[in-house]
Design a protein around this ligand. Structure first.
Ligand SMILES: [Zn+2]
Length: 385
């Protein structure tokens, strides 16, 4: 930057404008009220996230911050907004909306995804009372002339939401987290990765679709990072691949899970085992309550039926191909599915704790059959869209 200052002013200006476009971590969002500049809001990650604290201060919004539960209430455009740290959905006037990424708290400052948050607010506003464009927030507080501008429903973006362009494959566990381990020492993380890779191959060979793998090697990934990858890549379907385990070594079969309130005890045990990695992550305080789950389920209501549809296709296709028990489609509180803003399922391929099923899962042919089954389910699913 020092060198640049020596170059003539015009070049500097151009570079300055460009550097604003590709803004760095210190860039700010300007706020205008009735076309009068009233302040600037700090942002991070290239303006992707903005500081809620700054927003509250500049707009002099009424607010309530609960330091213990890490929930913040504030107002935008006379709408009551409630956010919770580490959660991907927000409450606006008692309705839940899904954000593109979760609420983050960095040393007491709360951050929200800028585009996605203001996108939701703009859609809810009947007039042009608040707008976020060109890294500026403009709002009119008291409009004397009640000019109602017709709400522009962005049909294109609504349609794109359902277009099937990107699929996210999540091989469960990895690195320091082996997942369930069988009697012969077979590790869930290895089976999951192998099936995920086989699935990726089949999809990329046969379908014109972008495939994102949350991991393609033996590395550790936090559960929240997996959903974050999925959301940031604008995935249209999220498949988390796992193998099951139970104390009773006779338990066997394959099942597909959706996120939902805990109703069935066996399903709750599976979810508890799959969520156990949170302790390895050091996020022990994030125990999912039933209330969290009900909220998460509501937040996913717009694609719940798609998730269910895909889940039953997976079950049907696996059943066709392997000799194993069909345990059906179930729901429980899986942390990895919470916050995914696309149809999503978690597949349990079989019980690694059952010696004969473990033996089957160790066979490459068996794993290939499982991958083919999921691939066929994706193919069918696409036809329903
Ligand atoms: Zn697992």
């Amino acid at each position: 930057m020092v060198k640049l200052l020596r170059i003539n002013f015009q070049i500097f200006l151009i570079i300055f404008l460009f550097s604003n476009l590709y803004a760095n971590s210190e860039s700010k969002v300007k706020v205008f009220q009735n076309n009068v500049f009233i302040g600037e809001i700090n942002t991070i990650q290239n303006k992707k996230l903005f500081s809620v604290n700054d927003f509250i201060e500049i707009t002099k919004s009424n607010n309530f911050i609960n330091y213990k539960t890490q929930k913040v209430v504030f107002y935008v455009d006379n709408k009551k907004i409630k956010i919770s740290n580490q959660v991907t959905f927000i409450e606006i006037e008692d309705n839940l909306f899904q954000l593109s990424s979760k609420v983050t708290n960095k040393s007491g400052v709360y951050y929200l995804p800028t585009e996605s948050f203001f996108g939701i607010i703009q859609n809810l506003s009947d007039s042009s009372s608040i707008k976020y464009t060109n890294n500026e927030i403009r709002f009119t507080s008291i409009s004397t002339d009640k000019k109602i501008v017709k709400k522009n429903v962005d049909l294109r973006s609504e349609m794109e939401k359902w277009e099937f362009k990107t699929i996210v494959i999540d091989a469960g566990h990895g690195g320091k987290d082996p997942g369930a381990v069988g009697y012969r020492g077979t590790k869930e993380k290895d089976i999951a990765l192998d099936v995920a890779k086989r699935l990726e191959k089949k999809l990329s060979k046969n379908m014109n679709i972008k495939i994102i793998m949350t991991r393609d090697e033996d590395v550790f990934l936090r559960l929240s990072e997996r959903t974050k990858i999925a959301n940031e890549s604008n995935g249209n379907l999220f498949i988390s691949i796992h193998t099951n385990a139970a104390e009773d070594r006779r338990a066997s079969g394959f099942e597909t899970f959706l996120i939902g309130p805990n109703k069935n005890e066996a399903a709750v045990r599976v979810a508890a085992r799959e969520n156990a990695v949170l302790e390895l992550e050091g996020t022990t305080d994030k125990k999912l309550t039933n209330e969290d789950l009900i909220q998460a389920t509501i937040a996913q209501s717009s694609f719940a039926s798609k998730s269910e549809q895909f889940a039953s296709m997976v079950q049907k296709e696996i059943k066709k191909r392997v000799q194993s028990r069909d345990r059906g489609v179930k729901q429980a509180g899986f942390y990895v599915l919470m916050g995914a803003s696309m149809p999503n399922v978690l597949v349990e391929l079989g019980f690694i704790s059952n010696p004969s099923e473990e033996k089957k899962l160790r066979s490459p042919q068996y794993r290939d059959q499982l991958a083919t089954a999921i691939y066929r389910a994706v193919e069918q699913y696409q036809k329903t869209l």
